[in-house]
Design a protein around this ligand. Structure first.
Ligand SMILES: Nc1ncnc2c1ncn2[C@@H]1O[C@H](COP(=O)(O)OP(=O)(O)OP(=O)(O)O)[C@@H](O)[C@H]1O
Ligand SMILES: [Mg+2]
Length: 263
């Protein structure tokens, strides 16, 4: 492991009662890269994210940031760790403009009372935060939407705003759980371009069922099955891996990537 690794996880085991949801999982997210995490339903993908973001208790394992071993973060410590995740299903506040919603992202993951904090800011602090929010919106390709009301946004636009809301924390690593869900092919392509730009700014770890999308954007892919990493490497190598084909198809005799399109 080198300092060029933003985040690494080793020997991660998570048990829910008698269920071993994760079993000795390892992964490494190189700096300025996109790492895809795929696997069948129930494989443990979200549990990896939940472990990294302090939402489930970890049974055992280590986590390191920039090569330095740290404790597993609590959810309110994420900002301090430089970790941000987009929160699925958390809507935008219609009473606030897009940019105000993004400004609130600065505190929403640090455990403080962010509405009170936002309105309690001094003029200068508010200006500074507004500039950060503009920067985040620009990275998310959504600066033109700053003054809109969330109710005016299209669905793909709300996806961009949720990215901006995470970016306003200036994270070292961004965790995205199924960000392409519900997007059409055109918007998936645009989103792929956005993420490729974004990795100049931070590392990205992404869980997604759209395997073509993962193939399009990922520098490295990990495949989970029944809580274990069964393959890792480039998308092209893992999609041909017999263990991966077996996990998705229930047979190890299939070859060719067309079969991976179906899961
Ligand atoms: N908080 C929890 N308490 C108990 N069991 C859980 C909890 N979270 C996840 N599990 C179980 O752990 C296993 C892994 O679940 P997880 O949600 O991580 O899978 P996943 O790969 O994200 O699946 P999907 O593709 O369906 O989102 C499943 O058997 C699930 O039922
Ligand atoms: Mg999941």
């Amino acid at each position: 492991m080198t300092v060029h690794t933003t985040l690494s996880v080793s020997h991660l085991t998570v048990k829910f009662g008698g269920l071993v949801a994760l079993d000795d999982v390892y992964l490494e997210v190189p700096s300025n890269s996109i790492v895809g995490l795929i696997g069948p339903n129930g494989a443990g993908k979200t549990t990896v994210f939940n472990s990294i973001s302090g939402l489930v208790p970890v049974t055992s394992g280590e986590i390191a940031i920039y090569g330095k071993s740290v404790g597993w973060p609590k959810s309110y410590e994420l900002a301090a760790y430089g970790i941000a995740r987009t929160l699925q299903g958390v809507g935008l506040f219609n009473g606030l403009s897009v940019i105000e919603n993004v400004m609130m992202g600065a505190n929403s993951q640090s455990g403080s009372n962010f509405i009170k904090d936002l309105f309690g800011l001094s003029g200068q602090a508010e200006k500074k935060l507004r500039r950060r929010a503009e920067d985040a919106l620009a990275w998310a390709g959504a600066l033109v939407l700053a003054d809109k009301n969330p109710s005016e946004l299209t669905y793909p636009e709300t996806k961009r705003i949720s990215i901006a809301r995470a970016l306003v924390m200036e994270p070292k690593i961004l965790l995205l759980d199924e960000p392409a869900a519900g997007l059409g092919q055109d918007d998936i392509d645009k989103f792929a371009e956005l993420l490729k730009q974004l990795k100049r700014k931070c590392s990205i770890m992404i869980v997604e069922h759209h395997v073509d999308f993962i193939g399009q954007i990922s520098d490295r892919v990990y495949v989970l099955n029944f809580g274990k990493v069964i393959a890792s490497g480039s998308f092209d190598s893992v999609k041909r891996d017999p263990a991966v084909l077996a996990a998705y198809l229930g047979t190890s005799h299939q070859t060719g990537n067309e079969h991976l399109g179906g899961f």
